[in-house]
Design a binder for this molecule. Structure first.
Ligand code: SF4
Length: 234
């Protein structure tokens, strides 16, 4: 890529990167299991500071016992703590689920609202969680700036913003809105499988020619291939 890239050049490069990632990760999707908006909201809150795999493991027990906001709001605290114990921070997470469920019952008649402005008023629900729910349970395009997304867009030279909301706006402006949700999945999958925080697998990266950070990790193909993870959730 040229040393001084025009905005049009940046848009073209960013969209090409997304096309390559779509071909590389055709199965990219939300790696949290869920069956309805409530489940996705809850598992996204639970996924803080732990892995999607651990959350997926406790999900069946959790929703078998408390399938909706009414049931969860009335759950005995000790039982909830016991179920989500393997996820860590179980006291704080239990408190979040109780407050969140109670707010859904009191303010939204037991339904998860489908608007960002409403979702972010719920206890424990930030912009990242709201965008995950909108994009994956309601089909409303949303950009999810998690740790992988933020790291990758900076490595790819799309933005230097470290503030998640500013990064969301800067990257959103490079893409058609309809592509936002899948773009988020593509980048997050790439971050989990190849473009790791430590030692990205540059020598085994399909974006090598389009990435200004190529060389941040090993460029030797054999060394890089050993760093590639073939499956998530990480
Ligand atoms: S070339 Fe390296 S730094 Fe750039 S996206 Fe690929 S793995 Fe990440």
């Amino acid at each position: 890529m040229p040393a001084t890239e025009t905005h049009t050049g940046l848009v073209r490069r960013a969209r090409k990167v997304d096309r390559i990632l779509a071909e590389t990760y055709p199965d990219a999707r939300c790696e949290l299991d869920f069956e309805n908006p409530f489940e996705l909201l809850v598992v996204t809150v639970l996924s803080a500071q732990t892995t999607d795999r651990r959350v997926n493991a406790v999900r069946p027990t959790l929703f078998a016992a408390y399938p909706g906001p009414e049931a969860m709001a009335a759950a005995p605290r000790e039982h909830l703590e016991q179920i989500i114990g393997p996820l860590g921070f179980f006291r704080a997470k239990t408190e979040s689920l109780l407050k969140l469920s109670a707010a859904l019952v009191e303010r939204y008649d037991g339904h998860v609202p489908g608007r960002l402005d409403d979702l972010v008023t719920l206890p424990g629900v930030g912009r990242k969680t709201a965008n995950v729910v909108l994009g994956n349970a309601f089909g409303v395009p949303g950009i999810t700036v998690d740790t992988h997304f933020g790291r990758l867009v900076r490595r790819l030279g799309w933005t230097e913003e470290t503030d998640p909301v500013k990064a969301e706006h800067a990257v959103g402006e490079l893409f058609a809105k309809r592509d936002w949700t899948m773009l988020s999945h593509h980048l997050i999958w790439h971050g989990r499988r190849r473009c790791h925080a430590k030692k990205p697998a540059c020598g085994a990266c399909p974006l090598a020619r389009l990435c200004p950070s190529y060389g941040e990790g090993p460029t030797d193909p054999v060394a890089a291939a050993a760093l590639v993870k073939t499956q998530g959730p990480a």
